[in-house]
Design a protein around this ligand. Structure first.
Ligand code: SAH
Length: 350
């Protein structure tokens, strides 16, 4: 069975042509499943009966199931979704004043092992299929119907490293961006990477107008090696080279994500080093208040440290923002809901 939600439109066209169908059928199917939100092939009234029978025989329209749902006072929705093989992934909806941003997971677990992150507590089990990323939007849109709203922005910042699942993530982005798909503008789509250099170089050439965020989190290799093992494979000079290449090739600036960790990377000395490091790029810096995770001992930087750090960057010509926080009353930190559920399941088994 081929899950139709996993088919990028160009690939679907090729698939249908190889089955003796006309190319326009792909757009027709997209329009039924994404615009008209039909989940039953029999409702596709302008599709011939014989082709409908073929679709019913070889294709399906399966979506993830909601296993757990948490809704915060501020409207944040956090879901733990169950996939067909029983795997569970998190997805979250953050209601900004400019729209609804969904935080999409790209893998079941993650192998990047960043010291501060709850997602990496559980190693990667597998990559997510295209339809499993598309499914996160479908399920969220269904919930948002109640509010007469829909997902308007996507950040691929949930569990997993998107550039460790490159092809599937790209197909997902194309479906999200396509006018007959979710029709979400490229500039409303952001992919976040921990700094996989070959992925950045490849992404630079895709000709997409999407945003790229890079999880930097440290102003030098010494600190970065301690908190982000990926840094040993792709040290900062190589990463910065890739960023400059991306800026030239894609004509887009990147955002550097920088989690403020108390006594680790949050002093004015670190800010100075950071300014030097990113000088010559057009990048923004997004300072992230650390979301405490029970399993490690990092602490959040005091507000004053964040403020001073930001002022220093701004004074030295670096555009800086501080990330807005959501869902403080629910398990909103990346991977926390899934890790908790996993540990509870283990406990029940023993
Ligand atoms: N693997 C990708 C995307 C997933 S992580 C990446 O590394 O960018 C998404 C973002 O959340 C990253 O910037 C990550 O460093 C950050 N993050 C992870 N754990 C966090 C925590 N406990 N508090 C705040 N941000 C966290």
């Amino acid at each position: 069975m081929i899950n139709l939600y996993g088919q990028e439109i160009k690939k679907l066209e090729e698939l249908l042509i190889s089955r003796g169908q006309k190319k326009f059928r792909a757009t027709q199917l997209f329009s039924w499943i994404y615009e008209k939100k039909v989940t039953d092939f029999d409702e596709m009234s302008d599709v011939s009966k014989t082709f409908r029978e073929e679709l019913k025989r070889d294709f399906c329209l399966v979506q993830p199931k909601i296993f757990k749902k948490q809704v915060s006072n501020d409207g944040t929705i956090k879901l733990l979704l169950e996939l067909e093989d029983g795997s569970k992934v998190e997805t979250a909806l953050m209601p900004y004043n400019y729209g609804n941003a969904i935080c999409v997971s790209s893998q079941v677990g993650c192998n990047m092992a960043c010291a501060f992150c709850a997602s990496g507590l559980l190693k990667k089990k597998r990559n997510l299929e295209v339809h499993e990323m598309v499914g996160q939007i479908l399920v969220m849109n269904k919930l948002l119907e109640e509010r007469n709203e829909r997902v308007t922005h996507i950040v691929v910042m949930g569990t997993g490293e998107p550039f460790d699942n490159y092809d599937n993530v790209l197909d997902f982005v194309r479906i999200a961006n396509h006018p007959k798909g979710f029709a979400i503008g490229a500039r409303h789509i952001t992919i976040s990477t921990c700094g996989i250099v070959p992925g950045i170089l490849r992404y630079a050439k895709e000709g997409l107008q999407t945003n790229l965020a890079i999880s930097l989190h440290a102003p030098n290799d010494e600190i970065r090696n301690k908190i982000m093992p990926i840094s040993k494979g792709y040290p900062l000079d190589k990463l910065m080279e890739a960023v400059r290449f991306y800026e030239r090739e894609a004509g887009r600036r990147v955002t550097f994500e920088y989690i403020m960790l108390k006594n680790v990377n949050d002093s004015i000395e670190h800010a100075k080093e950071l300014v030097k490091l990113i000088k010559g790029t057009l990048a923004y810096v997004n300072l992230i208040p650390y979301n405490p995770v029970d399993e490690n001992s990092f602490e959040r930087s005091p507000d004053k440290a964040v403020h001073d750090f930001m002022s220093y960057l701004m004074k030295h010509g670096v555009n800086t923002t501080v990330r807005k926080e959501f869902g403080n009353d629910i398990d909103a930190a990346c991977g926390q809901l899934r890790a908790k559920e996993h540990y509870e399941e283990e406990r029940r088994k023993n």
